[in-house]
Design a protein around this ligand. Structure first.
Ligand code: SF4
Ligand code: SF4
Length: 319
């Protein structure tokens, strides 16, 4: 990989307090090798750029319609009708769009925007380094997340090495769906692995994410056996992974491991990302599912604690 190689980044989010130790800057890389049906960051799934349209700030002025050379914009309609919760109107006819950006250039309100910007490793690190005083005071640092960072292993390796060289601590947030030979060389530069467990049953895992969990559990065991600090992040989805039986099963699995994860973070399902799906023109099957009240996870958290594991709700110590 050359010094100038770039990867698409959807966001560099500062001052996160729920994703690892201290204040953290989350670097969201674009592209993922799984497709979780509940994904909370749908803009990171595809590894290519995408066009976003926000009905809430669209004036339906029609300038984009006039500017588009590809017949990829629908004619304007009444703004209130377009903003209605049950509206199926999408500004963009995505199969016609070649991302020429002519519509974005003429939009007076910023309702159209491109998702995914090229960043070199150094450009990311320059931005991450701006919050160095906060990392030093809180034990925080950089998180590489996504999407799945290991879809871009060389870039991720350079980012981790560059952060170490600048004295910035790093967490790697991964779904673990990769060959061990890809993950293992990076660990030298990772302080904590934030490891996602989507479902403990492989058949359910495949149904919900598109892949089974054998490789993922195997990589988890290897990480723990080598003494790598791991914070296991268990997303709790209504009707899929919210029963106490389910958490008994996960805790029983974790107890079979020689070294347990440093801690377990139970992440309650939320639906704040519904608008992101709408902006990308995607109908989300969880759009009508209410967000979970975090306090509902108190009985589940006790299961992990009874098993001798440190556990939090939401990764922030909230209870
Ligand atoms: S990006 Fe270009 S092709 Fe796509 S909708 Fe806008 S103007 Fe049309
Ligand atoms: S140019 Fe912008 S504000 Fe006007 S209709 Fe298109 S998206 Fe909406």
């Amino acid at each position: 990989m050359s010094h100038d190689d770039k990867v698409l980044i959807t966001n560099i989010q500062r001052f996160s307090v729920n994703d690892g130790p201290g204040f953290r800057t989350n670097v969201f890389v674009k592209g993922c090798n799984m497709h979780c049906v509940w994904c909370h960051n749908p803009e990171t799934i595809k590894s290519t750029r995408e066009l976003n349209w926000r009905a809430s700030i669209c004036a339906q002025c029609g300038r984009c319609f006039d500017a588009c050379p590809k017949d990829a914009i629908n004619p304007p309609i009444d703004p209130e009708e377009a903003r209605a919760d049950n509206s199926t109107y999408d500004k963009i006819i995505r199969e016609n769009c070649d991302l020429c950006m002519k519509c974005v250039e003429v939009c007076p309100t910023g309702a159209l925007e491109l998702i995914g910007q090229d960043y070199t490793v150094e450009e990311v690190l320059d931005e991450v380094e701006m919050d160095m005083p906060f990392y030093e005071n809180s034990g925080g640092g950089m998180n590489i997340t996504g999407g799945e960072p290991l879809v871009h292993p060389e870039y991720t390796a350079e980012l981790l090495q560059g952060a170490r060289a600048r004295g910035i601590s790093s967490c790697l947030d991964t779904n673990g769906n990769c060959k061990w030979e890809v993950l293992e060389p990076l660990l030298e530069y990772v302080d904590v692995v934030l490891y996602d467990l989507k479902h403990i049953d492989s058949g359910e895992h495949r149904r919900l994410t598109g892949v089974g969990n054998e490789l993922i559990l195997d990589n988890l065991k290897k990480l723990l056996e080598m003494g790598q600090p791991v914070w296991l992040r268990i997303v709790v989805i209504p009707d899929y992974s919210d029963s106490l039986d389910y958490h008994e099963k996960v805790a029983a699995f974790l107890k079979t491991l020689t070294h347990p994860p440093e801690r377990i973070d139970l992440l309650p399902f939320h639906n704040w990302c519904e608008s992101k799906y709408r902006q990308l023109g995607i109908r989300w099957s969880f759009a009508d599912t209410p967000a979970m009240d975090p306090s509902m996870l108190r009985p589940a958290i006790e299961i992990y604690r009874d098993a001798g594991l440190e556990a939090t709700i939401g990764g922030s110590g909230f209870e």
